[in-house]
Design a protein around this ligand. Structure first.
Ligand code: DX5
Ligand code: ZN
Length: 216
């Protein structure tokens, strides 16, 4: 039970956002996962900084912010301002990843790099020691409620091997299609943080669902 749970706000009831966040505050969740989309990097748009400013006022858990946008470094200061604890940027959206990671850290946040399902983990070989976390996408980014891509379990194993080989302290987070069954296999493979959207927010009792994920 050393792993962390980061419920994804994307699947919450937006008409009752305050109630949903208060539920997260009372839950066993470690973080709150925030998905920001631009309609360019991914074929969907979620929510932006004016909404998240209010989320930050209510949420008592650290914010785990996942940017599915092009040119993510343009928004480092805004992400900091909405209270992000950790800022996740996509490998596929970053031309100068090393510089971007340093800029995130200089702004006072933890830095994480996210890999799409098709991006191999060995591409992180020369940067993994600089990262606080790697976020592996186990669905194609853009929507909640998609089917888990099986290949992701094997990627966790390979990433864990790379982290150990490099003597790094990098956490492994997995995002997409997580439930009790896939979550258990991801933890056994070496994942440190599980993101879960639909499985938490669409369940009849989200508090006990979060607790079940936490006690995997
Ligand atoms: C997908 C997002 C995920 C999403 C996960 O683009 O990055 O965080 O909310 O949702 P579920 O857990 O429903 O697959
Ligand atoms: Zn996400």
């Amino acid at each position: 039970m050393n792993h962390k749970i980061s419920p994804s706000l994307l699947s919450a009831d937006f008409a009752n956002l305050q109630k949903e966040i208060e539920m997260i505050n009372q839950s066993d969740a470690d973080w709150l996962h925030i998905d920001i989309m631009d309609g360019v990097f991914v074929p969907n748009i979620s929510f932006g900084f004016p909404v998240l400013e209010h989320v930050n006022k209510i949420c008592q858990k650290p914010l785990d912010v996942h940017l599915m946008i092009v040119e993510p470094t343009k928004f480092i200061q805004e992400v900091k301002r909405i209270g992000a604890y950790i800022m996740n940027i996509h490998y596929e959206a970053s031309l100068h990843l090393h510089r971007s990671v340093q800029q995130i850290k200089e702004a006072g946040m933890k830095a994480a790099v996210t890999l799409n399902p098709h991006t191999p983990v060995h591409l992180l070989e020369d940067i993994v020691t600089d990262l606080d976390m790697v976020l592996l996408m186990s669905v194609n980014p853009g929507y909640g409620g998609q089917q888990f891509i099986e290949h992701s379990v094997e990627k966790v194993v390979r990433l864990k091997e790379l982290i150990l080989k490099k003597n790094a302290n990098t956490l492994i987070e997995v995002d997409g299609g997580v439930n009790l069954e896939t979550g258990k296999r991801l933890i056994d493979a070496g994942a440190d943080v599980l993101v879960a959207g639909n499985f938490v927010f669409k369940s009849p009792d989200p508090l006990s669902t979060i607790s079940a994920l936490k006690h995997l």
